[in-house]
Structures are given as C-alpha cells and as structure tokens.
Design a protein around this ligand. Structure first.
Ligand code: URA
Length: 441
C-alpha cells in the first residue's frame, strides 16, 4: 500500500518533490473516488504555492491522460495531428485548420471543448450546423477521421476523467491559475487523443486567458516542454489577442466566416496568417513537409479548394446538410434584431478590451455563465472594427445580432465601452514568437 493521501499532500505542502508513483496514486484516487474533494483541493493549493518540477508536471499529465481512454491512430497511413488554443474571441481557426491539414495528408481527430468564460468554444460553433453530430460514437469518429481526414467533435466523459474532477474542484477553490496545473489539465485531454504531433496556439493580450504577455510565454514554454517530455512532438505559437481575431464573434457567425475563408469568398489577413502558420507547424511536426515547404503546401491546400471539400465532406459525414458549404446561409440561424453600434467620436481604433467583447457575446446568450446553460447559436457580433481602423463619428464599430432590442442595446453599450478611439496604436504582429519542440522524441 502506498502513502496516505495526506502524507503526499504534506510532502508537496512542505516543498518536496513527488515521485511519479506518488502522483499516480493521487490521480488514481481522483478517478476512483478514494481521494476526497477536500484532499484534492488541499493538493491543488499546495501545488499552487509550491509549484511542480518538470518531471512532476509530466507525471501528472501522463497519469491524468491515462485515467480514461487513450485513442490509437496507428492504423492510419499518416500522422494524427491536432491544435489546441488557450482560447480567444472570434477564434474560429480550428474549423479551417482541420480540413487544410487533412488536405495535406494529415489526420486531425479534433476533440474540442465548449466555450469557457469570455472565450468561444469550437464545439459550440459546430453545434450551430443543423444535424451535425458533435457526440458521435467511437466508431463513427474513427471512420470519419479516416475517410475525410478530419473530424471535429466534442469531448466525452471517457477522456481524462481525472482532469474533469480535478478541474471542477480547482474552479471553486481558487486554484485554476497555476501554470503547472493548467499545463497538465490541457495536455492530459489533448494527449488522450493519441496524437503524433500537437501545435499550441497560446494567446497573449486583452482577450487572452493569461493576464500578461510574460504569463502567456511561461504557459507556452511549460506546455511545449511537458508535451514533448510526455512523448508527443509539440510546438507553440504565441499569437495576438489584443483584438478580436477576424471581424465576428459568436457561433453561427463564426461558422459562416470559416466557410467564406475556406471557399476564398472572404479572408481576413491576420486570420489567414495565423491559420496557415499553425497548419504549417502541424505538417512539420507530422513529417509531412519541411520548414521551407510547409507554408506553400498548406496555402495550396486552401487556395485550390481542397480544404473546403474536406470540410464539406466532414460536415455531411457527421450528419450535417449535404450542400452546407454552398448554402450555409440558408442553414445557419439568424436572430430577429440587428443593429449597428455607432462610433461616439471620430478617430482611430486605438485599444480594444477584447475580453469585454467576448463577454458581450456571452450576455447576448452566445456563451454560458453556468456550465449547464443552453446557448443561442444565432446571436453575436459582426463587422467588428480592427485596431488602427479610421472611423468617423457615427460609423459602425460593429453590428449586433440579438433576440431582443434590450439585449441588442446592452451589447452595443458594452462594445462602445470596450473600444477606445484615440491615437493610432503601434501595430502589433499577429504572431509574436514560435517555440520549437524541446527534447522531442
Ligand atoms: N483550460 C483547461 O482545460 N484547463 C485549465 O486548467 C485551464 C484552462
């Protein structure tokens, strides 16, 4: 018999380093219920203050990954690759990235999450498509990934159940904000998908999950080190979230812009830059291209229309309409009310509190304040201005799609308050830096 949970908690409380077996014992107890909520929260707080060495983070990640199903894609004739974003506003990159990589020979079994706080979730966006099944059985998930090259679905309870319990307790005990625990939480779920390569899109800025650029950098480097230490080739891009990515935020509206991006009908330059850079990283990690050719390969997959075909095939294979890409506007819900948000003064869009823009979407009903809440896929914001845009008083800063006039007016006030008009901001890059795999197998 191993040590009692309280002995392991005391070891961490006193600044000790836990062995992989000791961490494994705690995680087993989280999964089978033999470690209590009180013990888990005390352990989380001990880690919050004492931190974890790299070996401990790897051990926690692996133990939580192995607490449930771990998928195996070794039968596929190409690498299984995925991307994880730490969350943003208007960040619909997954919808474009999965079919682009699929069109280049990769397989993208993407297990995505619901919106968290002010950020949107890929799963909620896909749920905007009528008939599309985000919770298929394992066999359907496998066969769609194999035949279309990608399948964007939702998380099941069988993946990393220890994290589900641990995160639920951290959420109510002020212990979410630990880079060690965030690293293990994010990676345990992603690595349970049995990937050969993973790229991380770590956001920095006013709409990012981490409060400062330094924290985002620290999280990115922790994620890259731990994922590679756990045996999955992983790199990261640190990307800008000081403004909405693209010009829309919501669920159906982000699906619409994803389709327009894939077909070439409309492409925002920053969205294109970040999407293709992440796709190129995935090809390199999966051995499908080298650093010099990857960008040309992913650009061709997009511009030739092959990625749009993959997306269309995936939507149909998972139960969505047969001609969704051609007729997306007839399938995506649109609410009754649409209003413009007028700029209060003339000038340049200088600062955007992107988090507040995300919260405006949540308040419209496009996100949740309670994990069990239903959401309204139709509402959201469109035509959102970008930093550096010149506006005259009365020009629209955005358009609001809402169910009621009162909701629309409240969202408009929030958007007005979130956008500062003044002097031109220093231009920020869409991509700040790249962190290559460290000590990769
Ligand atoms: N997202 C996760 O999945 N886990 C965390 O701990 C924080 C954000």
């Amino acid at each position: 018999m191993g040590a009692l949970p309280q002995e392991l908690i005391a070891k961490k409380r006193d600044g000790g380093t836990l062995a992989a077996e000791e961490i494994g014992q705690l995680v087993t107890g989280m999964t089978d219920g033999s470690v209590t909520d009180a013990q888990i929260s005390a352990f989380a707080m001990a880690v919050f203050f004492r931190g974890m060495a790299m070996d401990e983070r790897v051990a926690l990640t692996l133990a939580m990954r192995d607490s449930g199903d771990v998928l195996d894609w070794s039968h596929l004739d190409g690498p299984a690759l995925d991307k994880h974003s730490t969350g943003g506003v208007g960040d619909n990159l997954s919808l474009m990235l999965a079919p682009i990589v699929a069109a280049c020979g990769g397989f993208v079994p993407m297990i995505s999450g619901r919106g968290l706080g002010h950020t949107g979730g890929t799963l909620d966006k896909m749920d905007s498509i009528p008939g599309y099944q985000t919770q298929p059985d394992n066999e359907t998930f496998r066969s769609v990934t194999e035949s279309c090259g990608c399948a964007v679905i939702g998380q099941t309870a069988a993946l990393a159940p220890a994290d589900k319990r641990f995160y639920g307790i951290r959420d109510v005990t002020a212990t979410v904000e630990s880079i060690d625990l965030i690293t293990a939480s994010i990676l345990s779920k992603k690595l349970a998908a049995g990937l050969d390569g993973l790229v991380l899109d770590v956001k920095s800025g006013s709409g990012a999950f981490m409060p400062t650029h330094e924290d985002s950098e620290a999280l990115a480097s922790s994620l890259v080190s731990v994922a590679n230490g756990a045996g999955t080739r992983t790199s990261a891009l640190l990307t800008d979230m000081n403004e909405v990515l693209g010009h829309v935020a919501g669920n159906a509206v982000e699906v619409a812009t994803a389709v327009e991006f894939l077909t070439g009908a409309a492409q925002d330059a920053r969205v294109r830059e970040v999407t293709l850079a992440l796709c190129a990283q995935m090809l390199v990690l999966g051995g499908l291209a080298d650093k010099d050719t990857a960008l040309a390969k992913v650009s061709d997959a997009l511009d030739s229309g092959r990625a749009a075909e993959r997306f269309a095939a995936m939507v149909t294979a998972l139960g969505g309409p047969a001609h969704f890409v051609e007729r997306y506007q007839t399938y995506l819900a649109v609410p009754e009310i649409e209003i413009a948000v007028p700029a209060p003064t003339s000038g340049t869009v200088a600062v955007m509190d992107t988090r507040q823009i995300g919260l405006a979407v949540v308040a419209l009903g496009g996100g949740r304040t309670n994990p069990a809440d239903p959401i309204d896929h139709a509402v959201g914001l469109t035509h959102i201005v970008s930093l550096g845009d010149r506006v005259e008083a009365g020009d629209p800063l955005a358009r609001v799609l809402a169910r009621t006039q009162a909701d629309a007016d409240a969202a408009a006030s929030r958007v007005t308050a979130a956008i500062t008009i003044g002097d031109a901001p220093a231009p920020a890059p869409a991509i700040y830096s790249q962190i290559d795999p460290t000590g990769a197998p």
